[in-house]
Write a protein that binds this ligand. Structure first.
Ligand code: SAJ
Length: 439
């Protein structure tokens, strides 16, 4: 049985370990964080994702999966560690500041593999990385072993492309891009992933695969930025952006995405910076889109301030949702957290509730673990994440049992008519204040 060692047991590494193990491979899930390895080794999970528990039980039950805080000898090594940006790691081009990737975890993962690298092994980098990372950063580290990539061992860049909330399904069903430093490496990568991938497996070179990954997420970021910008314009011109987008999207070649509280998560809010960092003089549109999306939380605060007649100071605000998008517990780069924190700094009395992470603790934000608690004493309900359960809130019940008078929806989730009929003052992002919805 082939043995795979997966470095990094986070949102991608753990699900990847589970699918390999349930498809007959011998898997070591490795992480430097002892607490994570302790939790996993004792049958617990440190992250939430639909279907993860069932897969975990199956994988552990198969006897194919173990967890370890050290790398072990294996046929294949897969690097699934974070590539965040650091707040103090910035570059500058023409007076404009951009963020830079922090590659320290990729470097240390490659260095950890080094003592265990043998002839015939396959090494795969999955972490999203700036163009040329595989050949310029990872390859030289691994070649310190005296072995040559492409000759003695295979080296591949294979981006994960799964959507948080649907990770396990998409890991199996999505098309997979395998970029080898040479053809044999790409083919070795294909043979490994073919053990569970049902989607097409597309072979290319390593740098193209890196670029493909960055292009996909940048494309989405730019499209969300235009939706956010359209919504600001709609607000200025006193129209309803949601109605306008619906109508525009009836054009056969137009598909405008949704405005919202901003772009979070560890992917789309981060990856475009890798292209800006690599060529700031070329990536101007990408830079502009990042700036629009990064400033959306401030725009939301300005909108909330307008809704509250010019000041948030002293307002008792119940924030609904803190995760970076609907249906997930992931708080990374969440615009909702940014908004809740800044409202507090502006003097609002904020309590926040995240139904996907009831025990959530966030510095500078008072969090509670139930809807009752968040609504208790609140006068304003601010919906920041369109979790399905919030669509089921009962306006009549809330009007009878709480002090809430004003509802502000940044997600287009709530039914305006129902809330207004129940007596609430209702605002929605992207609708000029004073404009009513069409429906
Ligand atoms: N968002 C909007 N408006 C939209 C869509 C999303 O404001 O119309 C916001 C979300 O609320 C969230 C952020 O954008 O804050 C990103 O959410 P997302 O669902 O677009 O994407 P992620 O970050 O969960 O996952 C993306 C996916 N990439 C693409 O769809 C091109 C996923 O396939 C990638 O694997 C993942 O990034 C990754 O790991 O790179």
């Amino acid at each position: 049985m082939r043995k795979v060692c997966i470095l990094g047991q986070g949102y991608i590494g753990l699900p990847t370990a589970l699918v390999f193990a349930t498809h007959g491979l011998n898997v070591v899930g490795m992480d430097v964080n002892e607490r994570i390895i302790h939790t996993l080794s004792n049958g617990g999970l440190h992250i939430q994702e639909p279907g993860l528990e069932e897969y975990f039980d199956k994988a552990v039950g198969s006897g194919n999966l173990t967890f370890s805080i050290t790398v072990e000898e294996a046929d294949a090594f897969i690097i699934t560690v974070p590539t965040p940006f650091l707040n103090d790691s910035i570059g500058e081009y023409n007076g404009q500041i951009y963020k830079k990737a922090d590659m320290q975890f990729v470097v240390s993962a490659a260095e950890m593999i080094l003592p265990y690298l043998n002839k015939g092994n396959l090494v795969i980098l999955e972490s999203t990385s700036p163009p040329r990372t595989t050949v310029d950063l990872v390859q030289p580290i691994l070649e310190r072993s005296g072995l040559r990539a492409g000759e003695d061992f295979f080296l591949v860049y294979c981006p994960e492309r799964v959507l948080p909330g649907q990770i396990l399904k998409e890991l199996i069903d999505n098309a997979r891009v395998i970029g080898g430093v040479d053809r044999q490496s790409a083919e070795a990568g294909r043979d490994l992933y073919a053990s569970f991938v049902k989607g097409d497996i597309l072979l290319t070179d390593a740098t193209t695969a890196e670029m493909v990954k960055l292009m996909e997420n940048t494309y989405r970021d730019v499209n969300i930025a235009i939706a956010n910008e359209f919504s600001r314009l709609a607000d200025r011109f006193g129209i309803n952006i949601w109605e306008a987008i619906d109508i525009a999207n009836r054009h056969p070649r137009v598909k405008i995405l949704n405005p919202g509280a901003g772009v979070g998560g560890h992917c789309i809010s981060v990856d475009p910076w890798f292209l800006v960092e690599a060529a700031p003089e070329l990536a101007r549109l990408i830079y502009a889109a990042r700036s629009v999306n990064d400033s959306q939380p401030d725009y939301v605060i300005e909108f909330v301030t307008r809704c509250l007649n010019g000041t948030v100071k002293g307002s008792k605000i119940a924030v609904l949702g803190l995760s970076f998008k609907p249906g997930v517990d992931d708080l990374r780069e969440s615009p909702a957290i940014d908004i809740a924190r800044k409202l507090g700094k502006l003097g609002a009395m904020v309590k926040a509730y995240e139904p996907f992470k009831l025990d959530v603790r966030v510095p500078e934000i008072q969090t509670v673990s139930s809807l009752e608690e968040v609504l208790e004493s609140a006068e304003i309900l601010l919906l920041l994440v369109g979790h399905k359960e919030f669509a089921e809130l009962d306006p009549i019940f809330i009007s009878r049992t709480t002090q809430v008078k004003t509802v502000i929806d940044t997600t287009n989730l709530l039914n305006q008519t129902e809330w207004m009929n129940a007596g609430f003052i209702f605002y929605r992002l992207g609708i000029g204040i004073g404009v009513t919805t069409a429906a």
